[in-house]
Design a protein around this ligand. Structure first.
Ligand code: FMN
Length: 210
């Protein structure tokens, strides 16, 4: 059976917009194809920050690692395996302080590892993961209008860049903004999500939507 990895980063549980809209995509993908879904809930099951043992082990050659070094990489290995075994990935996340929330950044720090998921060459970093579709749903309270009241997006470009670093280039992001600006904005986000999911199921060429 095909496998879908669903990574959720919001700590707001049932109130979370990113979880609700991301969950709609997961449900729709499952209706289309009998995916076995692996849930990686970064709020319910918080990951440890990379500590000194992880940092030194991650920079060693595999042949130099002793049992303690390998133990320090165990969480990272499990998270990377979840990615490797997935045929598709859905990530739903809030925007926090213009970028990814700490929980998602910690997941990234575990899965982006030298000589494991990317290697450095004179031509730059080369991703070592097989590419597969990745769908990202981003919930933002504020808006991105030009001028006063607008804000910069340091989340979407960063996520596209870091995922491409490990070889994941077939990435499509839906950025839903103004979610703390009332019911009209929320309804608009619902409509945009439905349209986006429709395009995914139809196999349309998707632009990353901002
Ligand atoms: C600590 C924190 C920082 C936030 N920073 C931003 C931000 O920089 N830009 C923005 O548009 N919204 C920001 N928000 C609002 C959230 O993005 C918004 O509430 C969104 O719905 C969160 O997603 P969720 O509903 O899935 O938790 C922030 C919220 C919190 C709690």
């Amino acid at each position: 059976m095909s496998r879908l990895l669903h990574v959720s980063a919001s700590a707001r549980g049932a109130d979370s917009h990113s979880r609700r809209f991301g969950g709609q995509l997961v449900a729709a993908l499952r209706r289309q194809r009998a995916f076995d879904v692996v849930e990686r809930d970064l709020a319910a099951d918080p990951l440890p920050y990379p500590g000194p043992a992880f940092l030194s082990a991650s920079l060693m050659a595999d042949r130099e690692r002793n049992i303690a070094d390998k133990a320090a990489l165990a969480v990272s290995e499990r998270l990377i395996s979840e990615l490797e075994e997935a045929d598709a990935v859905v990530i739903d996340t809030p925007m926090h302080n213009f970028t990814v929330p700490a929980a998602l950044k910690t997941w990234i720090d575990h899965v982006v590892r030298p000589n494991r998921t990317f290697m450095t060459t004179p031509e730059g970093k080369i991703g070592l993961l097989r590419d597969r579709p990745v769908y990202v749903v981003i919930a933002c309270g504020g808006g991105f209008d030009a001028g006063a009241g607008g804000q910069e997006d340091h989340l979407t470009p960063y996520l596209l860049y870091i995922l491409s670093t490990v070889g994941l280039r077939d990435v499509h992001a839906l950025r839903l903004d103004r979610l703390r600006r009332g019911d009209e904005a929320l309804a608009r986000a619902g409509t945009l999500t439905e349209q986006w999911i429709g395009a995914i199921l139809a196999g349309d060429d998707l632009e990353t939507q901002h």
